[in-house]
Write a protein that binds this ligand. Structure first.
Ligand SMILES: [Zn+2]
Length: 74
């Protein structure tokens, strides 16, 4: 069963997802931004975490929920 996902926006105006204790940033390959299928990457992507998920129309269609860190912020 997939966890609940919350779509929200950062103070900087960037869309992000909250899934449980984890947050994801939208990964936008510029030219495909009109596509309904969105790819999201863990907010710790730059730190090496490779958890990703895909949404279509605000529903998670697939996710790779393997984080290399704890869910606690920083
Ligand atoms: Zn992660």
């Amino acid at each position: 069963m997939l966890p609940e996902v919350i779509f929200t926006t950062s103070v900087h105006g960037n869309p992000f997802l909250k899934v449980g204790e984890f947050t994801y940033s939208m990964f936008t390959p510029s030219r495909t931004s009109a596509c309904l299928k969105k790819r999201w990457v863990c907010s710790k992507w730059r730190s090496g975490c490779r958890a990703t998920l895909y949404t279509v129309d605000h529903h998670i269609i697939s996710m790779r929920n393997e984080h290399m860190h704890t869910s606690r912020r920083n």
